[in-house]
Ligand binder design. Structure first.
Ligand code: MSP
Length: 507
């Protein structure tokens, strides 16, 4: 089995912000979960470096586009490990291998008869690098996303015959109800297709910052076609991950088609309409699914560099650690919907859920084991009540993560954390410890809590890898296999020490 997950490649016109971190974190959770299933996983992220957004930003700063790209690509590359992201490769669209692949695939699209010369005239947003249809324009000829005035563009272009794929795209949506999720986004894509597809420019004449069109050196490819192809081109030159079993196949053969493209709704049309059409034109298999998450909002507006309302992920991580940020984003904002984030709600969740509910549960449990049983886990039978609470949990989490329901899966696990907190209060081990006749009961309570913590550590590991590794190490357990995510699957033995997982007064 293989699992190939991607994030959008981010524009290097500015530094990374929390919105970019969000998608990278989400993709990382899926990648880690699938590694726990024992699958061959490939997780790709990277940077989109061509086109007008980058060229314009560079000119405004008085530097060459390549210089700005180099500077900001490094920031995005550095963000991934800071977030705890385990990406297997980092693609830059200025990589020579990517550029060559773009030329090869798009020349094939032309050979297949889907490219022709024409004149484009219409409204264009240089920040989106996108041509706007009349019904997508805000009052005053403004971009609905960036609120800037659109420019009127007229140029000689090569066109991609998108309209030729109208029927095949409708058929794709009829046959594959899970091609796009959530359902509302599927419907949005389908209604865009049904409204009638028009051909789109494939090249730009007046721009030089891009991949040269091999059959006409006066043109570069329109940045979106160059960018989308990253998902495919990366596999032709990324190194084989260390854990992959030996086989004669290269990465394209092993991993294509992609299992999941994660994106936000701003780039829905490119991924759910243009991308499948382009692949059909190039005779390449289509990806399995596109999951469209919502926007992180601050003060009710989409957080974005151009709007200037950003929360700095580096600062949050420095104080609270990457795990806390990962947990907060996926818990606070239901994955697939828009949601507001703020430092106030972050601090609240950190304190009540991470420090109190999980951190305290772990330190209390280990503390009681130390006090009452010398740090050695009793071999007692597990409490049936708690066992029932955990029954079927792993399978439910797997099912939800198959559908990229990251928040729902996290909640399933967290309900058990809350349940264990209540269990401690109900069973009051400190009372049981006073009564020698109830030693067996105390054994069972402690053994059950340790097992519950171990299972939670395994299942939460994709969300909070560093903290779960600390917890599991203290329990003498491992995070590697999802099969261990069942109560009783790998009983805890002797227990080590555990520093507070989420200190109340972080640095
Ligand atoms: N370069 C294109 C994507 C090409 S993919 C072949 C692009 N880049 S971007 O830098 O603007 O990144 C957009 C993506 O960043 C969104 O689709 C989403 O994944 C993430 N986000 C950026 N801001 C965000 C929020 N405020 N909220 C949620 N996700 C956000 O578009």
């Amino acid at each position: 089995m293989s699992f190939y997950v991607t994030t959008p490649i981010y524009y290097v016109n500015a530094a990374p912000h929390l919105g970019h971190a969000y998608t990278t974190i989400a993709a990382d959770v899926l990648a880690r979960h699938h590694r726990q299933r024992g699958e061959e996983v490939f997780f790709l992220t990277g940077t989109d470096e061509h086109g007008e957004p980058v060229a314009d930003a560079a000119h405004a700063l008085g530097v060459e586009p390549q210089e700005l790209a180099d500077r900001n690509a490094e920031r995005f590359r550095a963000l991934a490990p800071e977030l705890g992201a385990s990406n297997d490769f980092f693609i830059r669209t200025t990589d020579a291998e990517h550029e060559a692949k773009v030329q090869e695939v798009l020349a094939r699209v032309r050979d297949n008869g889907y490219v022709y010369e024409g004149t484009y005239e219409g409204w264009y947003c240089p920040r989106c690098a996108d041509f706007k249809a009349e019904n997508e324009i805000d009052e005053g000829n403004r971009c609905p996303i960036h609120h800037i005035e659109l420019t009127r563009e007229q140029e000689e272009n090569y066109f991609f015959a998108l309209s030729a794929f109208q029927e095949r795209l409708e058929q794709l949506y009829a046959e594959r109800g899970d091609f796009v999720a959530p359902r509302a986004r599927f419907n949005e894509a389908l209604s865009f297709i049904r409204s009638g597809l028009r051909d789109v420019p494939l090249t730009r004449h007046n721009l030089t910052w891009g991949v040269t069109v091999p059959w006409d050196h006066e043109h570069v490819f329109y940045v979106w076609f160059d960018a989308l192809l990253n998902y495919y081109s990366a596999l032709s030159y990324a190194p084989m991950p260390a854990g992959f079993a030996a086989s004669g196949e290269d990465l394209v053969e092993r991993l294509w088609p992609a299992s999941y493209h994660l994106i936000a709704k701003d780039i829905l049309r490119f991924h759910t309409v243009y991308w499948p059409a382009l692949l059909m034109a190039a005779e390449i298999e289509l990806p399995e699914r596109v999951f469209v998450h919502g926007y992180l909002l601050m003060d009710g507006e989409k957080m974005s560099k151009s709007l200037g309302n950003v929360l700095d992920p580096f600062a949050v991580i420095e104080r609270f650690g990457a795990d806390a940020l990962r947990f907060y984003l996926l818990r606070e904002v239901p994955f697939g919907r828009d949601g507001s984030v703020s430092t106030t709600s972050f601090e609240l969740r950190y304190e009540t859920e991470l420090a109190n509910e999980l951190g305290n549960l772990a330190s209390r449990t280990l503390g009681m084991l130390g006090r009452y049983r010398g740090g050695v886990a009793p071999e007692a039978e597990l409490d049936t009540e708690l066992a029932e609470e955990f029954a079927g949990l792993r399978a439910r989490v797997e099912g939800l993560l198959d559908a990229a329901e990251l928040t729902a899966a996290l909640d399933e696990i967290w309900q058990r954390v809350k349940r264990m907190n209540r269990y401690v209060e109900e069973r009051a081990p400190w009372q049981l410890a006073k009564d020698d006749d109830r030693a067996g009961e105390l054994d069972s309570v402690l053994a059950s809590l340790l097992e519950g913590l171990r299972v939670v550590g395994v299942l939460l590991w994709p969300y909070m890898p560093a903290s779960c590794e600390k917890l599991l190490a203290a329990l003498g357990a491992a995070s590697g296999s999802l099969a261990a995510g069942e109560l009783g699957a790998a009983r805890v033995g002797a227990v080590g020490t555990l520093e507070p997982l989420f200190p109340k007064e972080p640095a």
